[in-house]
Design a protein around this ligand. Structure first.
Ligand code: FES
Ligand code: FES
Length: 169
């Protein structure tokens, strides 16, 4: 089946079986291996990408469902010479060890900061009508879909907090 996808601003015509997940389409059909496959069933967040501005697990969705959609992967957030603020912060704060979960963590955090700007409350927000204070508990809750087997969590939280507070790294 033909599916038109805009990935990191570039148009792609995907020709793949209708059962192909977005994750497999990115990695196996389009050669974009920045997005990682961990569990392949929605439990780890390693495959997180941003579709039309919202973070999703790309292993849980079929590529053909995204005809005409805009997809952003880790490759689209920054370049080696021009890292995104979160990419820089993860490096500066040692927000990874093996790095396998990192593309998903950074895609997820990028969309999560936009959710906060838009005023979306989380399960741990004390007051649904007040401005969201980005406590460590808020960050942990909002990033709970992204597991890190190396347990770099304290540094991941620190990196995200730094960017959320407008700090430079
Ligand atoms: S690979 Fe998609 S959630 Fe684990
Ligand atoms: S840095 Fe190794 S899994 Fe997160």
């Amino acid at each position: 089946m033909q599916t038109k996808l805009t990935i990191n601003g570039k148009s792609h015509n995907l020709n793949a079986d209708t059962r192909t997940t977005l994750l497999d389409a990115l990695r196996n059909h389009l050669g974009m291996t920045g997005t990682k496959k961990g569990c392949d069933h929605g439990q780890c967040g390693a495959c997180t990408v941003i579709v039309n501005g919202r973070r999703i697990n790309s292993c849980l969705t079929l590529a053909c469902m995204h005809d005409g959609n805009e997809v952003t992967t880790i490759e689209g957030l920054g370049t080696v010479d021009d890292l995104s603020p979160l990419q820089r912060a993860f490096v500066a704060h040692d927000g990874f060890q093996c790095g396998y979960c990192t593309p998903g963590q950074i895609c997820s955090a990028t969309a999560m900061l936009e959710e906060i700007k838009a005023g979306w409350p989380s399960h741990v927000s004390a007051d649904l009508n007040a401005e969201i204070a980005l406590s460590d508990a808020e960050i942990a809750e909002r990033m709970s879909g992204n597991l890190c087997r190396c347990a770099a969590y304290p540094n991941i939280v620190e990196a995200i907090r730094t960017v959320a507070q407008g700090g430079r790294t």
